[in-house]
Each structure stands twice: as C-alpha cells, then as structure tokens.
Ligand binder design. Sequence first.
Ligand code: FES
Length: 927
Amino acid sequence: MRDDPAGGMTTESLDLLVDGASRRVDVAPAKRLSRVLREDLGQTGTKVGCDAGDCGACTVLVDGEAACACLIPVAQVRGCSIETIGGLSEDGQLSPLQSSFLRHGAAQCGICTPGMLMAATALLRQNPAPSREEVEDGLGGVLCRCTGYQAIVDAVLDTRSNQVRPDDPPAMEAVGARAVRRDGVGKVDGTALFADDISPPERTLDLRVVRCPYPAAAVTVGDLDRWQQSVPGLVSALAAPAVPGSNSFGIYPDLKDQPVLVENRARFLGEAAILLVGPQPVLDGIDPSDVPVTFTEVDAVIGIDAARDAEPLHPGMDDNVLIRGRVASGDIKGALRESDVVVSGTWETSFVEHAYIEPEAGWARCTGEGGERRIELFVTTQTPYMDRDEVAHVLGIAPERVRVIPSVVGGGFGGKLDQSVQPLLAVAAWVTGHPVRIAYDRPESMATTTKRHASEIHATFGFATDGTLTAAEIHGDFDTGAYASWGPTVAGRVPVHATGPYKVPAVKATSAAWYTNAPPAGAFRGFGVPQVALGHEALMDEAADRLGIDRLEIRRRNAIAAGDKTPTGQTLEASVGLVACLDALAPRWEEFRNIVAASRRDHGPIRRGVGIGVMWYGCGNTSMSNPSTLWLTLKATGALTLHNGAVDIGQGSYTIMAQIAADAAGLPLSDISQITGDTDLTPDAGKTSASRQTFVSGKAAELAGADLRQSLLRLANAGQEATLRLDGSTVTVTDGEGQRHIDLTTLPADEDGVVLRGVGTFDPPTTPLDADGQGVPYATYAFAAQIALITVDTELGTVKVDRMVAAHDVGRAVNPTLVEGQIHGGIAQGLGLALMEEYLPGRTANLHDYLIPTVGDMPSIECLLIEDPEPHGPFGAKGIGEPALVPTAPAILGAIRDATGVVVGKVPVLPHRLRAAIRAQQSEAAE
Ligand code: FES
C-alpha cells in the first residue's frame, strides 16, 4: 500500500481480470469497481447512473453473476473474473444478443444498454431459452427510461439470428422502412461516447458546485480568494462577480431571470452559489461548511396557494404570476347555461422528475488567444444552438466564439432543454483557462434540474343530451418554481389544448404559471398538456356515464375532423386522424369491455377496469417561428454527408433524417454519412423538443435532399423521373434518354471541398395568437387514442396495468420501429405519471425513493399506426415524441374509475390515495 499523491488516500496495487485480460491498477481498495473500470482502465462502456445500485446501468458480471459495479469495492473482486460490455463483441462482430438489440430497436438513448446487455447475458447463460416472465425477472434490476422495456424483452427472446441488421432499403424505399438505428452499433457495443465518457487529455480540472441547502435563503459570500489560497491544490473558487458577462440565463431572450451563481438571494434548494475548480481529490476533501459563503434560511413559498399570498419572489413583479395564457371563443356562460348536462372536476398533479439515466455532464475548454479566443463545450444537451447563445451571453462574447458539441445523449425528455452544467463549465473554463469537467451525481441532478410542472386543473364541460359538447371552461394553475424556464411555453400551450381534440362551440381556457421556491419547472414531454388532458378526459367519461353513452362513442361523436375549427379559430385542413384512431381501437375496446364484464361475476376485492384517453398535440413551437435547416453535401470523392443539427436524444432523429434525405435525393440510405449537432459544422436545426424534429427538421431534410437531387438533374439535363446512382466520384443519371455520367472531380469545390450542397430550410406556417388566443398556433397536430385494461386490488389500493393499445396518427411512419419505440416509452412515462412518480423537493433525492416504472410494471403494448398524411410534413410525417405519453394517464385513471367507481383527484394514484378514496366511497354508501 502507498499514499495516493493526488489526494492522500491509501492506494494498493490490485490485479484484476477484466474481459479475459489481466489488468493491474493502483487505486484505493475501497474505490467503486465502476469508477475503476471507467477512470483507471478507460472502460467507459460501463455506465454510472446513480452510484447507489438503483438503476443498474453499471451492471457487470462478476464470476458470471450480474452485479452493480457501483456497489462493489474494487478490492472485493481481486482474483474474480469481471465481464463488461467491452467483452461481448468478438473480433469486432456483435454477439447475437447485441445484434438482436439492434434489430428490435432495444437501444434508444443507449445509456441503459450496457447494463441491460450484461443482465441479459447472465440470464441467457443460465437459461438459454427463457420465457417472457423469466426475461422480465432477469432484467428487473436495470432501469430504462426510454423504451418501455418491450423491445428489450423482445430482443432477449430473439437471439437465434446473428444478423446484425436487415439489408439497407434500396433507393427511394427508405421512408417507411424498419431501418435499424444508424447510430446503434456504438450503443450496443459500448463505444458510444456519452458526456462523462471523455474529456480533454491534458490539464483538465474538475468542478464542484457549492449549493444552497435551503429552499429560500439570504446569501453572503466572504473572502473567497483568501480562503482559496488556504486550500492546497485548489485552483479557483468563483462567486457571482466572477461571471464575465451576464450572470443570468433563461429560455426566452427577454426573460433571463435565473442567475448562473446566486448573488444575495437563493430561491431554491440546490441553487448554485460557488464554483470550486481543482483536481477531484482536492475537491472531495473540501468540507462545504468551510467555504466562506453563508446561507441564512428565510420563509419559503411552497406551492401555488402560498404563492398567491406571498410577497413577489422576483423584484419588479406585482404578484407571483410569471405569465397567464388564454383562449376564448363563443359565449361560454350562455352555452353552459343552456347545456343539458354539466360536469365539473378538479385535478392535482405533482412535480415529476425526468429521471434520464444519464445525469448532466460535460466539459469545456478554451482555444485560441486574445480576440481569437473561443470556448468549446462537449455536453449532453437537446439544444446545442441555444446552449451556444446562452454561454455567449454568460461570457459576454459573440455566439460565434462558442462551439457546442453534443455528446451522445442518455435521455432528455425535455430536461436537457435547459442550462445545467453549461454556464458553470463555461465560466470555470473561461476564467481559469483550464479545461474543466463535471458530472452531476444523482442527488445533484435531481435537486437542481427542471421538473414537470405540478398543477391544479379545474374544468367544467357542458353537453347536449346526444353527447355533443356544447361548452368547455378550463383553468390550469402551474407551479413554475423559482425561475421562468419553460413556464411561458406551458402557460401558452395548455389553453390551446385544454378542451382535448373535440369540437366545442364555446370555450374559455386560461392558465397561470406561479413562481414558488421549488426547483424550476421546465419542459417535460408534453409542456403541461398531459396534466390538462386528465381533466378533459375525466369529464368525457363522466358525461358518457351520465348520458348513457359508451365512452369511446362519446369521443367519436365529438372528435375533431378535417374542416373543423379548433378553439383558436384555426381550420384543420388535413391530417386529422382521430376518428381513424378511435375506429382502429374499437375492436380491442370491445374485447377489453368483455373481459371486464366477465370479471364482474367475481365480487372479491380484485377488480378489472378499462379506460380510454384521447389527445391532440401541436407539433412545433406555439405561434413562434421555429425553423430548421439541414444540408446534404457531396464532395468530389463522392462523400455524401447530411449535416444534421437535430440532436438525437434516443428518439431516432439521426436515423429518420437520413431516411428522409435519402429518398428525397433519390439515393440509397447506405450512401449517406452524417455530421450531427456540432454548432461549428451543422446548420441550426432548432431544439429537440415539442415533437418537432421529424416534422420540422425532417421537412428540412427532405428539402435538402430534393435540392441536391435537383442540382444533379440539372447538370445531367434530366427530368424528375430520372434515377441516380453514386459510385465514388461519378454520379450516373438514368432516364428515358439513356445514361449520363457526372464526374464530380470536374466541379468547383468550396472551401470545405463540397462540390454540391443541397440546402433545406423549413419553418412551419403559424400566426401569433391575439388576446383571446385566436390564430394558428401550430401548422399541424398529432392525434391519438389509447385504451388501458387494468386490475385493481381494492384492499391494497394497488393498480396493475395489464394491457394497453395505442392508436396514433403519425401522418407517415418514417420508421415504424422507431415510432413504436416512442409509443412504448411514452406509455411507460405516462404510467409513471399516473401511478408512481411524485417528486418532492428536498425529499426525493435518488432513484430508490423516486420510483420509475421497471420492466415488471409494464403492460403488454399493442401499437396501431394511423397514417393520415400531413401536407406540410416530410413524406406526410408529423411528430410522435410527446403524443405517445399524453393519453396514457387519462386512460389509466379512466380504468380505475371503471374498476372502482372512484375518481382520485390527485396523481400519482398511489396506493394510499386510492385506498382512501375507496374507503370514503364505502363510507358514503353505508350512510
Ligand atoms: Fe434505456 Fe435510454 S434506452 S434509458
């Protein structure tokens, strides 16, 4: 043993056997095996999601048994055989299991994939032909936030074939093909680089953030410089005055209300106050109470009700309302008065944590000198261009001096649309001149990043006796937390969607986002629409029962269709596939109802129920320009490259954009390589949010492909019907006139060596909304309906979702496997919203007290894809990311009501809440 020169810890030379190779490390014996693999042996294929044995991303095999490497002190495995994802492939060939993951689309973001593969490997060695239940048991220790597990289980059950991928589709047949994920190999062999997997090799320092320990506090900073000099090895300690530009950031240009580092007032628990920069062992050795910063707790504003009466949290505000939203049409009072049936209700939802398995991480470094000095960031992000502009704002430099390179993103769901590590890294690297890296641990990630807005929804709907909706009045209050983040987007999107996808002659829909001392609430798959959908769907159910109309039928009677006007006065011209969704579901609805009816013969505590949820979702930003630009370039060598800035967070835009561009150009998918996300190398394709990438960036990809094709046809003087073939530096153009050959080496090249550049830009046609919310907020909407079959234990209050069927109008399924993957994952998150997930600031700090669905919680899922083409969309396609989640919770809550007769007004419907509601109902019945 000897002292570790970096941190004074005792180290020991240990011999390990990793993936069949002997490795010697000189480390502290108690160091976690996961850290030794990643930091000392460079085997970053093994991931760290929680460091607590909750997520299973770090699963490895120790003497053949699956184990969490984050729970094992390295000395404990001396002499053991350790197997990681790095040993699964042989001679560069994927194993049958890895290949099956690729074929089935079982890796979306890919961050859980190493753990899943190792758990499955252990299972298959013991049991080469497991049943579905045995696979689910075998994978039960590994969490996936993206896939809903179904594709993973299918992949483990289907390892007979060693086919890596089906043949690439031929030219003009990529759109609609189940092409395998084009970034998939790195995700199944562990070589994909997530944000914490690499950093600059030299001089890189670590970053630790000192954070406010209270929801609200007065802050004073002492003599940091003097203190820093007293800490050996600490390179820098930075407070707010060190921020070179503006100490503020925020989504909206006129609403940058969040400080990078607090000045004199902290507004949420975990808010950043001081940056400490130095080697990790030095940072680990600092007791935060020694840092000269004082947090004096003051009364906090917790919850919307408290915010109504509290002093404004932000100077210059009259109250704590960040923003209000409104859509109004028709005579709401008169319409409600004249309705035959009026139903009302109130619903409350909790904060929800994104719980992506990859915590926020990245690094920053400076390049160049003087006026040429720039900064580069490698971070996990859904929005590289917005990151670039925010970092420029914080550093006080031009955006062109910032380069953002997105890592492979281990899940986002809206949570990586906000700034987290970016401004902190930028300030630390810019001020110190060192490359600086950070990876949040799970508690830091959960305490400090944005959440789904907690909400209170109040709604009243009026109906005629035939079930026709006559009026809808809705108000939603949203807890937007300490800072604005995406609060304005939620407040704007909710009133537009508040009625659900129904024809309603009189509407008043309003919203308000309230500042509180909670963590900022931001974007989370649906921007408030999942919350308000609970209200409109519950009222449709209640009206159906009151009027004696089948619940699917009442939705069908009111379903909005092509030619109808929305509450914002927009006439929907085309691609309105809601009725088709409901019709597709009808046979399963009948089947589920029969199952439930049969179960009613048993009067025991176990009850079955069936529910339906319907939704619509505007694709793209609300009433705002949100353009995307892509390029498809051709070099003299024949290199065909899609410059694709649409960040793939697991949903598949890397693959989708290439499929679209290939067919638009008329060249095979296999010809296309890609550059993605890097703000120096790709044009701006906007944010991966609002279910916009397939629709908006996809259209840009289509236009770029068509533009390149047009250039080639022009050079060959050929017509649109011509076919193209690319062989090295020769393009062969064939039409009825015969063949022409274009020698690309004869064409002038630009400074990048590009001889032809197809450019595509698309900005969906929308208009601003007036004071009554009238206008065209979205160019198109996605529609969907889902049904759930559940089992309730009325004594325990537990709910098991047995089956779900999801019908989604996606315009055109560019890649059905990826579309189904989004639906599976959306349903998993919707199930969590309905039954499990409740983020309590300051209390839920990790993935063992914040529960997300495991493989055992998931129902079987059947997807029905409806293709009602969208004229503006690429090959008719529109979005699926958020629509997949929105109808799930309403369907489950409807099924609970069907099973038990009770309406639980607060989600998640935890067992104690459901049990209390059932008991209250029983007491009422007994009186
Ligand atoms: Fe499983 Fe993303 S693919 S967490």
